[in-house]
Design a protein around this ligand. Structure first.
Ligand code: DC
Length: 231
């Protein structure tokens, strides 16, 4: 099965996009790209430089210094996926914190930030054989993707999943704060002017509120196999 297609997986936060994207990439021998990690790394960069705090956001300083943020994915063989590096430092753990989650929607609403990251994403995917997850992959980055999936599930289910994940990583968070973050990110991601989260034309919607990871993988792999057969 050596056909190369592009698979775009978009959807609300904590819908399990990265889980299914990693499973598919590993099954197909494709590259997996977590575009959210790039927006998170740009948010961490903005925090480290003091461009953004909980009370202020100096957008023009961020824009003026965008070129000084270098983003790279480096494959970690033991984990089986690529980790995010910001200016040659592995930031994989730092970018998953609730502090970054609380500010990432503001940073990802800036058109200059999106332009920079979309250019990198297009470059990574130019030879196809890629599974990329995010918010605008099917609608902006790869409008010609052979398969577009749009993932949804209830805010409660998503907050519980995120909460369990953070607790497992040893973060001290409350369910209420995580739930508030999930709902607020949904609101900002769907209402921003530049590349809002939408179901792309031709995308297939999967609501996984009631699906196990195994069942979800089975359903989506079937869609991939049908696509591969058709092209
Ligand atoms: O997938 P995630 O939850 O790690 O993404 C973090 C944030 O990054 C999300 O709230 C919105 C933003 N994002 C985006 O605007 N466009 C993408 N393609 C991916 C993520």
């Amino acid at each position: 099965m050596n056909k190369r297609i592009t698979i775009a997986i978009d959807g609300y936060s904590s819908t399990g996009k990265s889980t299914i994207a990693k499973q598919l990439a590993s099954k197909l021998g494709y590259i997996y790209v977590d575009s959210g990690a790039m927006y998170r790394a740009m948010t961490l960069f903005s925090m480290q430089k003091g461009y953004i705090t909980n009370s202020q956001f100096n957008i023009s300083d961020l824009i003026d210094n965008l070129d000084t943020a270098s983003l790279k994915f480096i494959y970690n063989e033991s984990l089986g996926f690529a980790e995010m590096y910001l200016n040659d430092v592995n930031v994989e753990k730092l970018i998953r914190s609730l502090e970054v989650s609380n500010l990432v929607s503001k940073v990802s609403a800036i058109p200059e930030v999106r332009r920079k990251l979309v250019a990198i994403q297009k470059e990574i995917g130019k030879n196809k054989a890629v599974v990329m997850d995010g918010r605008d992959i099917g609608s902006v980055v790869f409008t010609d993707a052979e398969l577009k999936i749009f993932m949804t599930s209830s805010a409660e289910t998503r907050a519980q999943r995120r909460f369990d994940e953070l607790i497992q990583k040893g973060e001290k968070v409350s369910y209420k704060d995580v739930y508030t973050n999930v709902v607020e990110r949904d609101r900002v991601d769907t209402t921003r002017k530049d590349s809002p989260l939408i179901k792309a034309e031709g995308a297939i919607e999967i609501d996984n509120s009631e699906l196990t990871k195994e069942k979800q993988f089975e359903i989506i792999l079937k869609l991939v196999e049908e696509k591969l057969r058709d092209i």
